[in-house]
Each structure stands twice: as C-alpha cells, then as structure tokens.
Design a binder for this molecule. Structure first.
Ligand SMILES: Nc1nc2c(c(=O)[nH]1)N[C@H]1C(S)=C(S)[C@@H](COP(=O)(O)O)O[C@H]1N2
Ligand SMILES: [Mo]
Length: 320
C-alpha cells in the first residue's frame, strides 16, 4: 500500500532526487564531512527527503474541517522535532537520516495480545482516512493539516487491552545515529507521551501515516505519529516504536521537563495561560503574506463537541 506504482513516478522526480543527493554529497565531500554530519548555517535543499509517495485507497472522513489547509511547504518546513535539532527548519534539513522501513512496533503492558509487529502489516489491516484537522502548538501557532490516518481506537482494539489498562503510553525511536539531536540533552530521550485510555479511544484520535495524500515525510514524524487535534502539539508524538498499556499515569517528556508549564492533559484552552505567555490567541502559519494572521483560540481547539465529555467535572486549571 505504501509502494508507489512506477507509473506514478514522473521521470523528473527521479532525476531531481538524484541531483539533490549528488549535490549534497558533493557539498559534504568538499567539507570533508560524513553523511550524518550537521552543518550549521549550510543551506541544504529540503528535497534531500525521500521521493514523495502517494497513498492509495484513502477515504474521506466526516471529521474533517472545511477550513483552508496550510500549504504543504509550510507544513513540512516549519516543524518541531527536537531529535533533529531545536530550530523550526532543522527537521526538514536533517530528518532524512531516519530510516523508516522496515519499522517495528512493540506492544507491551496490559494487553491480551502483546508483541512485535511490522508496521506494514498494521497498515494493511487498516482503513486509511483523510482527516483535515486544526493543529495548535503550545507555542501559540496553528496550522490546518490534511493528515492521512488510521483510527487509534481500531488499532488499540486489536491488542485487546485488559481491564487494568487505564493509560496508553507512546515512545519515539531512540537512536542517536539516526536522530543526531538525541546526542544533546535538550530533553530526556526517548520522547514519551501518553493518553488516558478513554481519550485514546475517542474517534478523533488517529495514527497519522501520511499528509496531503502522501506518505508522511520524515520531519512530520514518519512512519507513524499520534494526532490528537484537541490537545497541544507536543502530545502528538512522532516516529512511534512502542505502545504500552498501563494502570498508572505514565511520566511524559514535557510534563517531566517543565511540570508547571506542560500538563499531562495539555487540552487546548484559551483560559489557561502558559506561565510565560498567553494562550488566548494563535498565529496562523501561512505563506503569501507579510502580515501575520492571528485568531482567537477556541477551547479544545474547536473539538469540544466530540471531547468535552471526557473532562466533565474536572478542574481544567488543575488538570491542564
Ligand atoms: N518525538 C517527538 N515528537 C514530537 C516533538 C518532538 O520534538 N519529538 N515535538 C512535538 C511538538 S512541540 C509539536 S508542536 C509537534 C509538531 O508537529 P509538526 O512538526 O508535524 O507540525 O510535534 C510534537 N511531537
Ligand atoms: Mo509544540
């Protein structure tokens, strides 16, 4: 399913790809660098990424917003993926060192059917849907992104969680060779995120394997990342290798790094500010204008109808 038909590949795409790779090798050879070396300040074309592959058989979804989507260029060059550096432009430049195939997903903890699975097999058994979702980073910027995803609930059910499974924990790959940003201790690696199991089973929660109808580019969290559109961006963990079902609330990377700044729930809420900035408004990322568009942030990022019930009776200032 992830394999592109030869007829889909334009000859120009192949030559361009080769050209860029050769160019990169040439630049690096001149500087005496090896393939994975990071060169601050040296511009390298984002097209070092793998050839873009179309995903077949993607269905439309009733959960998609009709808002205008953020340009592909912005979605794939303005990223947070600290495993490849902390600048927004770093992931597009450096994430090509991540090898996304083959990819093994390990299922552990409170489930009847734990094990190691080939991601290809999981995807083959799944319905792929286009889900156009609003995306709101805790840094108060936002995008609208046409993901291609699989219902997280559908995936979870296959492993048959036990009655003790109260939380679902997700872990990103740890491999400093492929993810050079992990050589610096900007976060405690590997990146870990988690949801309460009822949040994970909500129909809005998906595992994204693509965007704009194509295989997920590495900088966007290939080959599979979590998307929970009513929560701040940092919950949307990328390049997942492990899903663990637990009875106790897992320790998550950002909540551990800054417990007063990043809560476990991280539900988008314009009334609960970050200690260092307001969450009332958001900067809409988009090209084509020198003016920065701003808009009001909506509670649960506008998905309250589907998710508010998960938090009824909870104090949202305490459980932020
Ligand atoms: N493994 C991993 N996942 C991650 C991050 C990260 O640094 N590492 N950054 C998070 C943050 S803060 C945001 S805003 C989103 C950014 O996703 P995008 O680059 O696809 O927009 O990814 C989230 N998932
Ligand atoms: Mo973020």
């Amino acid at each position: 399913m992830l394999i592109k038909k030869p007829s889909d590949i334009k000859p120009s795409e192949i030559t361009d790809q080769k050209h860029y790779k050769d160019r990169r090798k040439f630049i690096q050879a001149g500087l005496g660098l090896t393939g994975a070396a990071m060169v601050p300040g040296l511009w390298l074309p984002p097209a070092v990424q793998a050839a873009r592959e179309k995903l077949a058989g993607v269905q439309k979804s009733q959960y998609s917003t009709k808002e205008k989507t953020t340009d592909y260029e912005d979605v794939t060059t303005y990223n947070n993926f600290y495993e490849f550096g902390t600048d927004k432009s770093d992931p597009a430049k450096y994430a090509h060192t991540l090898k996304t195939s083959p990819w093994t997903l390990t299922i552990e903890g409170e489930v009847a059917k734990p094990g190691k699975f080939h991601l290809e097999d999981i995807i083959k058994q799944s319905v792929l849907e286009e889900r156009i979702y609003r995306f709101r980073c805790v840094e108060a910027w936002s995008m609208v992104i046409p993901w291609v995803g699989i219902s997280l609930a559908d995936i979870i059910k296959r492993f048959e969680p036990t009655s003790r499974a109260k939380f679902v924990e997700f872990t990103t790959l740890y491999d400093p060779k492929q993810m050079p940003g992990q050589k610096r201790r900007v976060l405690s690696w590997p990146y870990v995120e988690a949801l309460r199991i009822d949040e994970a089973m909500n129909p809005l929660a998906i595992m994204a394997v693509g965007l704009y109808g194509e295989v997920l580019p590495n900088q966007s969290g290939a080959p599979m990342r979590l998307i929970v559109p009513w929560k701040y961006g940092f919950k949307n963990i990328k390049s997942i290798v492990k899903i663990r079902f637990t009875e106790k609330m897992p320790k998550t990377t950002w909540a551990a790094a800054g417990p007063r700044e990043y809560g476990f729930y991280a539900n988008v809420n314009p009334l609960v500010n970050h200690p260092r900035w307001s969450q009332a408004r958001e900067r809409v990322i988009g090209s084509g204008s020198i003016f920065t568009r701003r808009k009001k942030t909506i509670i649960y990022n506008g998905y309250g109808e589907q998710v508010a019930g998960l938090y009824s009776g909870m104090n949202l200032r305490k459980y932020f």
